[in-house]
Write a protein that binds this ligand. Structure first.
Ligand code: AP5
Ligand code: MG
Length: 222
């Protein structure tokens, strides 16, 4: 199974991806997390991409696609959940070609949607754990101890791109570059739209229902 989760910044992709990966035993491939990890390691890739993330621009496709291809190869036997990838049509086409080479295809492409006021509220209150990537929200999902990750005790951080100015930029880039994926995945017959309003559990149930239906349909057709 190869599942894509896309949607504007702050809609809850990472939160749902972490829960779905656990629930359905999927490898979670979050391109944002991977890039932030490269930056925190100060690797050659990290140094190349830091400015793009800081400004809210997309990282160039060639850098992104090389990272993805390596991970697809390493995980060829596993079910994968893509969080934040693909981000434009070029990446979408490239992903399909890479999967085809492995005899695989995309099962479902979920687009999560939410109104902009709620998105901004979620993002300005977000904190994350740089060690395990766990996502918190000061209002809806706070840590037990202020400023500290419940799982590993690391100090929680605010993302460098969660400023009002950069959030606006990311929302614009989503509209221009990523939204065209909607008609593309509709044309492939694998597009599903998910209302991201409501608590994490409610949203998880909406997505899980569709994943379960997909899995049952695969069982009956085999
Ligand atoms: P990325 O890290 O993917 O950021 P994004 O797309 O902007 O999305 P976010 O991670 O900000 O939001 P989310 O939807 O994951 O929401 P979350 O679950 O955290 O990418 C960052 C950057 O990396 C890009 O700008 C770009 O530069 C680069 N990049 C990444 N992928 C790339 C690619 N493929 N190509 C090129 N460049 C790429 O939730 C947000 C908040 O809401 C949290 O506080 C959470 O606790 C809370 N929350 C979640 N769900 C709920 C709920 N149901 N109710 C209440 N609160 C909730
Ligand atoms: Mg995310």
């Amino acid at each position: 199974m190869r599942i894509i989760l896309f949607g504007p910044p702050g809609v809850g992709k990472g939160t749902q991806a972490q829960a779905l990966a656990q629930k359905f035993n999927l490898v979670r491939l979050s391109t944002g997390d991977l890039l932030r990890e490269e930056i925190s390691l100060s690797s050659p890739t990290g140094r190349k991409v830091e400015q793009y993330l800081r400004k809210g621009h997309l990282v160039p496709d060639d850098i992104m696609l090389e990272i993805i291809d390596n991970i697809l190869l390493e995980n060829r036997e596993r079910d994968i959940l893509f969080d934040g990838f693909p981000r434009n049509l070029n990446q979408a086409h490239s992903l399909e070609r890479s999967l085809a080479q492995l005899g695989q295809e995309i099962s479902i492409a979920f687009e999560m949607y939410l109104d902009e006021t709620e998105i901004i509220k979620r993002l300005v209150n977000r904190r994350y754990c740089p060690r395990c990537d766990r996502i918190y929200n000061l209002i809806t999902n706070p840590p037990q101890r202020v400023g500290v990750c419940d799982d590993d005790g690391a100090k929680l951080l605010t993302r460098a791109d969660d400023t009002a100015e950069v959030i606006k930029k990311r929302l614009n880039i989503y509209d221009q570059e990523t939204r065209p994926l909607v008609s593309y995945y509709k044309s492939l017959g694998i597009y599903r739209k998910i209302d991201a309003q409501g608590n994490q559990e409610e949203v998880l149930n909406r997505i899980s229902e569709i994943v379960n239906a997909y899995l049952s349909s695969k069982c009956t057709s085999n």
